[in-house]
Each structure stands twice: as structure tokens, then as C-alpha cells.
Design a protein around this ligand. Structure first.
Ligand code: NI
Length: 154
């Protein structure tokens, strides 16, 4: 496994619409392992492939309950709402207030291509939305209600 460089806001790669994964091979597994290690080292709760310069529909999330790997994910259900601070490893040190659904169900493939569904609420639901947006070239700043000053994060 290896730590990969996290692309920062302003790099065009963050604005690309990502392509589907079609090969569930060793290269994908290495990417997933590297992304998880990179996310943990950066103390983030999620990371999308374009953030390490790969324009593929691959996401890792870990809100503290273990790594969730999502390949070719789509949101199939979203309910409720939450308005909370949101950040991004591509914009370190900045936070903004966003409105996201409170409950989200995602359909995706695992690292071997098997289709599964996973549901999350609160932080996990927010992470699903944030990371899946990355795959469309969308950043949270595109939907932010307002950015937050550091003293508002207490
Ligand atoms: Ni992000």
C-alpha cells in the first residue's frame, strides 16, 4: 500500500465526470488499498478517486466503523435533511454549512464486482453524498449555504 498525493481545489481533475469501472482487477484493488491508507493518514472520512488523480467511479469511506468501498455507486434513495458543517480533503482547513439528506441508500459494486446496497444516516449519509458528488466533478462549495469561520466549528 502507498500514500497517494491528494489533489487540491483548483486542479481540473476534480471537475471531471468519472468513468465507470469495468475491470475488477489487481490494479483496482491497489487503488482501493492506497485510497484507504491515504484517507486514514489525512484523517478524512471519505475519499474519491479523482482526489488522487484517477477519473474512475471509486470511493472509500470510513466514519470510524471500518472502510466502505464503493465502485460505480448510485444513490437509490434519499430522505429527510440535515444542515451541518462539511469539509473536504481537497480543501484542507475549510468548512461550509450544507444541506444534505439525513438517510441515503446507495447501490454499488464491491471490489470483486458484486452488487450490494448500503444505507446510512447522519454523517454516513452526508459522506455518501459528498463522495458521490466528486464522481460528477461537483465539490461541496458548489452547493454550500455559506462558509464557516473557524470559531463557528466549536
Ligand atoms: Ni471531498
Amino acid at each position: 500500500m502507498a500514500i497517494r498525493n491528494i489533489v487540491k481545489e483548483g486542479d481540473d481533475v476534480l471537475r471531471k465526470k468519472c468513468r465507470d469501472v469495468v475491470k475488477f482487477d489487481d490494479r483496482l484493488h491497489t487503488l482501493l488499498d492506497d485510497m484507504a491508507e491515504t484517507m486514514h493518514q489525512a484523517e478524512g472520512v471519505g475519499l474519491a478517486a479523482p482526489q488522487v488523480g484517477v477519473i474512475r467511479r471509486v470511493v472509500v469511506i470510513d466514519i470510524g466503523d471500518g472502510v466502505i468501498e464503493l465502485i460505480n455507486p448510485v444513490i437509490i434513495k434519499a430522505e429527510g435533511e440535515q444542515t451541518t458543517p462539511e469539509g473536504c480533503l481537497s480543501m484542507p482547513g475549510e468548512y461550509g454549512l450544507t444541506k444534505r439528506p439525513m438517510f441515503v441508500t446507495v447501490k454499488a459494486q464491491d471490489r470483486n464486482g458484486k452488487v450490494f446496497e448500503i444505507s446510512g444516516e447522519g454523517l454516513l449519509a452526508k459522506a455518501f453524498c459528498h463522495e458521490l458528488d466528486h464522481l460528477e466533478g461537483v465539490l461541496y462549495k458548489d452547493i454550500v449555504i455559506r462558509m464557516l469561520a473557524p470559531e463557528e466549528l466549536e
